[in-house]
Design a protein around this ligand. Structure first.
Ligand code: ADP
Length: 300
């Protein structure tokens, strides 16, 4: 496993008393995957990312990357896009990029090379403009450039798609997938659980600082499957003789969601139905990650 979190805890002292941001989080994250760090606002996602990039120290516990403890040298191999997208409003985006890349250790000419490459790749012909003249999506691309420059082996992106229009979001997603296909590991946080079923290979679900669930998206969806099926028939579903115990939730005249009792297999159900209708479509309906989260955590 690429990243190991061992009982990582972090408590912030605030005027209202201590806030537990992370409570003994224990996880092992695979290499070369898109990993989603999921949870509602305030669940500890940003705190965990900040610990992983070395901006915060955990109060207790340990983080290891590729078998080594986190150090400044190790963190240099990471690209980070923070949640707060603070660019100086009056300075040209390009000048800020060059300055920040040089701070990160790029020579001036390497920084210029990176800027030229990403300006083309991310369609940013407007880098001469001051940040205040850029839309939120444009500013986000500038921040993403900082994370991607130098092809880091681990990308940590905090809510990378928030505030993006669907076209820019799709463009960004394709680019990130390409980096992962080339061997990078991507850890991204999001509170939009509906996005992650297709985006993430692996998910970590956290709530109020506690890790509730971690695993491969496909495995979790199968593990939490509740014998639900989707069917489309040529006879209206309301006119079919459903076997005892089948819960039928019509979606339209000819489509329904079915929950089968343990005692009835899918093939036995189809055998009973086929004398009465053709079956146009029949498939297992796996739960979404959002549904699984709602099932195991009370996000009230
Ligand atoms: P998320 O990224 O999931 O929205 P955060 O990691 O930002 O969650 O925050 C987790 C909890 O820790 C929240 O209750 C938040 O208010 C608190 N918190 C985060 N950073 C600080 C800080 N610097 N000082 C005090 N409390 C903080």
């Amino acid at each position: 496993m690429l990243i190991e979190l061992r009982e990582v805890s972090k408590v912030f002292s605030t005027p209202r008393g201590p806030v537990v941001a992370l409570d003994a989080v224990e996880a092992a994250l695979p290499e070369g995957k898109v990993i989603g760090l999921l949870g509602p606002n305030g669940s500890g996602k940003t705190t965990l990312l900040r610990i992983l990039v070395g901006l915060l120290q955990p109060d207790s516990g340990e983080v290891r990357y590729a078998g080594q403890p986190l150090s400044r040298e190790v963190c240099r191999r990471f690209g980070y896009m923070p949640e707060e997208r603070g660019l100086y409003p009056k300075t040209a985006a390009k000048d800020q990029l060059r300055y920040l890349l040089q701070l990160r250790g790029f020579s001036r000419s390497d920084a210029e090379k990176e800027i030229r490459y990403w300006a083309e790749r991310l369609h940013m012909p407007w880098l001469d403009r001051p940040a205040r003249a850029l839309s939120k999506g444009m500013q986000q691309k500038v921040q993403l450039t900082l994370a991607l420059a130098g092809s880091p082996e681990l990308l940590l992106l905090d809510e990378p798609f928030s505030g993006l229009d669907p076209i820019v979001a799709a463009e960004m997603e394709a680019l990130l997938r390409e980096r992962v296909a080339q061997g990078a590991t991507l850890l991204l946080s999001t509170h939009r659980l509906e996005q992650v079923d297709t985006l993430c290979d692996y998910v970590l679900l956290i709530h109020k600082g506690r890790l509730y669930l971690a695993g491969e998206t496909a495995t979790l969806r199968r593990r939490y499957w509740q014998r639900l099926y989707e069917i489309e028939t040529t006879t209206p579903v309301s006119a079919l003789p459903w076997p005892v115990g089948v819960q039928v939730t019509p979606q339209s005249d000819y489509r329904a969601l079915l929950q089968l009792p343990e005692s009835l297999s899918a093939s036995a159900l189809l055998q009973e139905l086929l004398p009465h209708t053709e079956v146009r479509f029949f498939a297992e309906k796996l739960p979404t990650i959002r549904e699984i989260f709602l099932q195991i955590v009370d996000i009230a």
